[in-house]
Write a protein that binds this ligand. Structure first.
Ligand code: 9UX
Length: 72
């Protein structure tokens, strides 16, 4: 199955920041698609909730050094 969530990410200031977060999300087992937009400070992640949970997505983002807050 597929779930899509939007996550606000605090602290990204350059495209290397957003690229780091995006690659970290894309490397997670169960993530089907991940895009991180620097301008809106937002990630959109498509994932299989049977394989990975929202909380795990949030943890991976925070491990890269940024704060993650669920939008929807
Ligand atoms: Mo850019 Mo982000 O020089 O932590 S990688 S600010």
């Amino acid at each position: 199955s597929t779930q899509i969530c939007r996550i606000h990410i605090n602290g990204m200031t350059c495209t290397s920041c957003s690229s780091t977060v995006e690659k970290a999300l894309q490397a997670i087992q169960g993530v089907q698609r991940a895009q991180v937009a620097l301008a809106t400070e937002e990630a959109q992640v498509q994932y299989d909730p049977n394989i990975v949970s929202y909380n795990q997505l949030q943890e991976v983002i925070e491990d890269t050094g940024f704060e993650a807050i669920l939008i929807s």
